[in-house]
Design a protein around this ligand. Structure first.
Ligand SMILES: C[S@@+](CC[C@H](N)C(=O)[O-])C[C@H]1O[C@@H](n2cnc3c(N)ncnc32)[C@H](O)[C@@H]1O
Length: 201
């Protein structure tokens, strides 16, 4: 597993896209290697079903997921922002990337013939996404995930007090059988926690 990203955290793609589309990007810096490793370690890698990363950005988490992925597990990256997707393809030329909205996950997976999806790693700016869009994306994830599937995402710690009381957090509790939260990954700007939701109800 790589211990360092290919570039420094202050790399410019995420920052430039944040300036243009702050609510869509939701972060000034790409995630740190520490958060990438924490996410990759939390994935329950399926034997055959696919893993989808949504909001892959320029690949800060992706490179750690790919390093941990067992051979033969299909992997698809979904990224809405064309500039981020372009940078992602430049850094990880063998990666299968779809430029699209996570809300279209069902049709993306059908079109790409992904088969069963065992895990969705949604490294999106959940805490700044409008509520109706959060629900739309969660519905798409729930429709796509296998019944014993896993949803992983991170939340920055400054957003946690609001996040815990949000309708989206309540919806997650209703729709997943178990939800676990990691300790704080302090070596990230800003520090973040990883949510691990399993078993679709
Ligand atoms: C906070 S950045 C994270 C980038 C990278 N995963 C990381 O952790 O460094 C969020 C990413 O989600 C993407 N994104 C936002 N809304 C999306 C959507 N509806 N569907 C797919 N990607 C989306 C943004 O373009 C951006 O690249």
């Amino acid at each position: 597993m790589p211990k360092k990203s290919a570039t420094a955290p202050a790399d410019s793609t995420i920052l430039r896209q944040f300036v243009a589309r702050p609510r869509e990007i939701g972060a000034v810096w790409r995630s740190s290697p520490a958060l990438g490793i924490a996410m990759a370690e939390a994935v329950r890698w399926p034997a055959r079903a696919a893993v989808v990363e949504a909001g892959a950005g320029d690949g800060a988490i992706t490179e750690h997921l790919l390093a941990a992925k067992p051979p033969g597990v299909p992997f698809l990256a979904v990224e809405l922002n064309r500039m981020c997707a372009h940078e992602l393809a430049r850094r990880l030329p063998d990666l299968r990337i779809v430029v699209d909205d996570l809300a279209n996950l069902c049709s993306i997976c059908a079109r790409e013939k992904v088969g069963e999806v065992g895990a969705v790693v949604a490294t999106l700016p959940w805490s700044v996404v409008p509520e109706d869009k959060q629900t739309e994306m969660l519905e798409a994830i729930l429709e796509t995930l296998a019944p014993d599937g896993q949803l992983l995402f991170y939340i920055y710690i400054q957003a946690l007090p609001f996040w815990r009381r949000s309708p989206f957090a309540r919806l997650l509790e209703q729709r997943f059988r178990s939800i676990e939260r990691s300790g704080v990954v302090w070596k990230n700007v800003p520090p973040a926690v990883v949510y691990d939701c399993r078993g679709v109800r």
